[in-house]
Each structure stands twice: as structure tokens, then as C-alpha cells.
Design a protein around this ligand. Sequence first.
Ligand code: CA
Length: 240
Amino acid sequence: MKILIIEDEANIIQLIRLYLEQASFMVLSASDGISGLELHAREHPDLVILDLMLPGLDGMEVCRRIRAWASTPILMLTARSGEDDRIAGLELGADDYLVKPFSPREVVSRVKAILRRTAGDNAGANAPHVASNEEVRHFDKLTIHIPERRVEVNGQRVTLTAKEFDLLVMLTSSPERVFTREALLNQVWGYTYIGDGRTVDVHIGTLRKKIEAVKGAPHYVKTVWGVGYKFSLEEQEEHE
Ligand code: CA
């Protein structure tokens, strides 16, 4: 597994590299956004660790450009404690974030958690809830090809990030069942954030936007106020 670190602080790269290499990852690094994007395009890493505060092209812009052509999982690093930056990053398609200062062990465990989820049905026992032996799920206008991680709405392909896909697989594993934010964090992210259900909200928001951008797409992912979310085929007639 190849990890690309885009970070301008050499000592942080060095530290993360050390721990990731000990965990048997291959590590590439870039100290600015442009060379990071070039490395990404050339090397096709399995995951990108992206610092938000970079000289020149900032992390947000790097994230946006990576997302324009790839669904590579992105773990953001941010020195800012402001929730707005984290939400903005997640909305741009980052999968997860860590606020500096963080422990290098935490980086390794986040990277592993993200990759485990991204591996989807190859994740085996580590992801019993997201993984599935089913090959394809059909729901009216929605089709999910699980092994290929491909989603079609009204016959039109919708490109989802790793987390958006995993959320959709999770929700559709049991239509009408209400999933709490905590349950989704646990099962899709692989660990529990303390009191950070906003991460789920943001990913649900971008997932919905992508599904509903397709003409005639029903509103499948429903909010259950004060509790969480569910996948439901109800009310689809209204949208036809
Ligand atoms: Ca920096």
C-alpha cells in the first residue's frame, strides 16, 4: 500500500514516514501542493495525507483538484481547531481529518481504518457491517455494484468517495432501519469520534447531493430528526 504525504513541515513528514514504514506502508512525500498533485497523478497512491496549510496552493485546493479526477481516500491534517475548516475539507471530499498536534500512532490507526473501509468487501472480518456477500443491490432507480464500488442512479453512473459509498452500503444494508450517527461513525469510519456527528452529516449531505443531482432521482437518504439517518423508498411516487 502506497501513501502520499503532502506537507511542508519536514519533521512532520519524517515522523509520519517512520511510523507508516514500520507498519509496512510505502511512503511518498511532497512539500507543496503542485508537486503533491504531480506525484498523485504519476504514482496513484492508495491514500493521501494532506496538510491543509501549505505554501502556494493550499490543502483545500489540492483536495478539490484530486477529487476532480480521483476518489483516492484523503486524510487531512489541520492545525486549525475551527470546525468550519474541517467541515469545508470534508465537503470537498476528504474522508477524515486529524487536528495537530496528533500522535503518529493515531495517524497510522486512521490510515488503516480508512483503507480497511475502502477495501470494502475485501475487508473481511474487520468490516462485517459494511462488507457484504451480495454482488449487486437494486432499489427502484438505484443500483449498487458492491465489488466494483459502482453506483448508478437512473442508469447514470454516480462517482462517490470511499466514505460516501460506505455510508450508502451501510444504509441500504437495512432499508427503513434508522442508523444513529454514532453507529455510522463506528461502522463506516471504524472508530468513534467523541461527539463529532457533524462528520456524518457532511458526508450524508454530499452523498445526497450526488444522488439527487441525477434527473428524476428520488430522495432516498432521509434524516430522522434527533436520531440519525435511514434509507427509504417511501415517497418515491412524489418524485416521479
Ligand atoms: Ca503546513
